[in-house]
Write a protein that binds this ligand. Structure first.
Ligand SMILES: [Ca+2]
Length: 276
C-alpha cells in the first residue's frame, strides 16, 4: 500500500465570508506519481469547503465538502495538474482543526461524522435572568393557533416562553410557530430574530431546532430532545428580537399532526436582560 503524503498549508488569508487557505506544493509531480495519474486528497482538517485546483485563474471547482461526510476527500483528475507548482484553494467557513491536507491512495467516500455537525453545538452558553413573568397562562389542548393578550403591553429585546408541563404529561415540548403581536395586535416581522437560548432541542433523530419555532412555517417545529435523552420541564425558548419591541401578546401554533410536545401551562418573560 502506498504511503500517505502530507503537505502543510503554507499560506493563510482572511477573505470574504470565510477564510481562504492556499496550499502550494513544490512536489505535486511526485505526488502525482505517488497516486498514479490522478489525485485524491483528504480534507480531514475539518473544513466545509469548496476547493479548486490549478492552473489559476482557469481553476476548476472540485466540489463542495461537508466534514460530516460521507465524502471525506476531494478528487483532482491528473489531467488538471500541471508540472511544477500547483495550488489548491479551500474556502473554509469554520476554520480547520489542523491546517493540513494529505494525498490519499484511495478516496474516502463512506465515512460519516455526525458529531461534527456544528448545529448541535453552536448555542453559546448564556446566563438566564428570569425574575417575574409578564404573563402566566395555560394553552388549550389541540392543534389550533392560540392568541394570547397581555394585561398591558410590555417592552423588551428578549421574549421567553417558559413551558411548565405538557398536555399529555410527557417531558417533551414542541412549538410549531410563535408570533409576537405589536400594540395594534398585529404580528410583528420575524426579521432579525434569533434564538438567544433554548434548553433542549432534538438534533439527531429529527430537525427539532429552535429556529423552526420562528421560521414562518407551521409544518415544522422546535422539539426538545427525545432520542438520546429526555430532559424534563420546564423548557425555555428565548428569542432575541434584535431590537427593543413593545409587545401586546403572542400567537402560539402547537405542533401539527401528532400531538406529542404540546404545551399546557406556561410563563412568558419579556425584557432587555433575560439573557446575559
Ligand atoms: Ca415553524
Amino acid at each position: 500500500m502506498m504511503p500517505m503524503r502530507e503537505f502543510p498549508l503554507l499560506r493563510m488569508l482572511g477573505y470574504l465570508l470565510g477564510r481562504v487557505r492556499s496550499a502550494h506544493s513544490a512536489d505535486w509531480d511526485a505526488m502525482r506519481m505517488l497516486v498514479g495519474s490522478s489525485l485524491a486528497f483528504s480534507l480531514a482538517s475539518g473544513c466545509d469547503s469548496v476547493s479548486f485546483v490549478p492552473p489559476r485563474p482557469q481553476g476548476r471547482c472540485l466540489g463542495r465538502y461537508w466534514n460530516i461526510g460521507p465524502t471525506q476527500t476531494a478528487y483532482a483528475p491528473g489531467c488538471w495538474l500541471q508540472a511544477g507548482e500547483n495550488e489548491i484553494l479551500i474556502l473554509d467557513l469554520l476554520g480547520p482543526e489542523k491546517p493540513e491536507i494529505a494525498g490519499l491512495v484511495q478516496p474516502v467516500l463512506n465515512e460519516l461524522h455526525p458529531e461534527k455537525d456544528f448545529a448541535t453545538t453552536h448555542r453559546p452558553a448564556v446566563k438566564l435572568n428570569l425574575v417575574t413573568p409578564v404573563h402566566t397562562g395555560s394553552f388549550a389542548p389541540g392543534a389550533d393557533t392560540q392568541e394570547i393578550k397581555f394585561a398591558a403591553p410590555v417592552t423588551g429585546t428578549f421574549f421567553c416562553l417558559e413551558a411548565l408541563n405538557s398536555q399529555d404529561g410527557k417531558p417533551y415540548a414542541a412549538v410549531a410557530e410563535l408570533d409576537l403581536l405589536d400594540t395594534n395586535g398585529l404580528p410583528m416581522s420575524h426579521n432579525g430574530w434569533t434564538i438567544a437560548y433554548v434548553d433542549s432541542e432534538e438534533r439527531t433523530a429529527e430537525d427539532g431546532a429552535a429556529e423552526n419555532a420562528i421560521d414562518g412555517q407551521t409544518a415544522n417545529y422546535w422539539h426538545t430532545e427525545w432520542k438520546n435523552a429526555s430532559p424534563g420541564y420546564p423548557h425555555r425558548l428565548i428569542l432575541n428580537l434584535g431590537q427593543e419591541q413593545t409587545i401586546s401578546g403572542f400567537r402560539y401554533v402547537p405542533r401539527q399532526g401528532e400531538g406529542a410536545g404540546r404545551i399546557k401551562d406556561y410563563n412568558v418573560f419579556v425584557g432587555d436582560g433575560l439573557v446575559r
